[in-house]
Design a protein around this ligand. Structure first.
Ligand code: NAP
Length: 255
């Protein structure tokens, strides 16, 4: 091999990243675009900021506006992306929502809001792209975004914990069925990252101090911390990885 770094190149690939307008989805979009992919960022509101950051690195980014709370959005997403690229190669199921509330007070509507996006959409969007990949026999890469709460119980987030534990299980279940079709299904479990998802936690001084004291790296993670794992799992470098969840957590799980 002339250049080992070619293993990580995404040149000529197209990637769908959900929740691309902010936070970790924005970071993952920038990383995949920097590695050469044309990123189709799905979001329910404008991805202007992501577009700007990707323009700055001369990357390719196209926004796809869709509300992912209901799986009826899937056809629109697949049709819109397919009209602009020959082939989808990579899917990153990043969009997710968290509702903080005592378990005793959780309503069925809150439960559905969290699990429909974090779990049901992850499965059916993956199924939609896998149908194309199995039909064209070329395979592809699915990256799910799991959580520390794929391993732990968490506090006051039962629907979220349930959904993220499901994501880790689903990652293994789909890998088992689809590895034979050259489809790699893996996940990234971010630790405690500074995004909108954790604003409430970071604004609570006691919780903020407790969390920081438990992270061996001694700091909150950032969207940039996702770059390496995202490029690795989207690229040929991870072709013999199936059903695994990589923690990007500053050592949280090692404690
Ligand atoms: P974030 O800043 O809140 O981003 C969540 C993304 O999901 C946003 O783009 C959001 O769009 C999108 N989204 C939510 N509901 C949607 C809907 N109905 N339709 C379309 N898009 C929707 O949080 P984040 O930290 O970057 O989260 C990204 C992923 O990482 C999530 O799956 C989250 O659970 C996971 N995660 C985060 C952490 C952390 O510490 N931050 C840790 C572990 C796992 P809007 O901006 O329009 O709401």
């Amino acid at each position: 091999m002339n250049n080992i770094m070619n293993l990580f190149s995404l040149t000529g690939k197209s990637a769908i990243v959900t929740g691309a307008n902010t936070g970790l989805g924005q970071g993952i979009s920038i990383a995949l675009a920097a590695a050469g992919a044309h990123v189709f960022g799905v979001a329910r509101r404008s991805c202007d900021e992501t577009q700007e950051k990707i323009n700055e690195i001369n990357g390719m980014f196209t926004e796809v506006i869709a509300d992912l709370s209901d799986i009826s959005a899937i056809d629109k997403i697949i049709n819109e992306v397919s009209s602009k690229t020959d082939r989808i190669d990579i899917l990153v199921n990043n969009a997710g929502v968290i509702k903080r509330c005592d378990a005793i007070d959780v309503t069925p509507d809150d439960w559905d809001l969290v699990t429909n996006l974090n779990e049901k959409m992850v499965f059916f969007l993956s199924q939609a792209v896998a149908k194309q990949w199995i039909a064209d026999k070329k395979g592809g890469k699915i990256i799910n975004i799991a959580s520390m709460l794929s391993y732990q119980g968490g506090i006051r987030v039962p629907a979220y914990t349930s959904s993220k534990s499901a994501v880790a299980g689903l990652t293994k279940a789909l890998a088992n069925e689809w590895a034979a079709f050259n489809i790699n299904v893996n996940a990234i479990a971010p630790g405690y990252m500074a995004t909108n998802n954790t604003t409430q936690l970071r604004n609570d001084n006691n919780r903020n101090d407790d969390i920081l004291a438990r992270i061996p790296a001694g700091r909150w993670g950032t969207p940039q911390d996702m770059y390496g794992a995202a490029i690795f799992l989207a690229s040929e470098a991870s072709s013999y990885m199936n059903g695994f969840t990589i923690a990007v957590d500053g050592g949280w799980l090692a404690r």
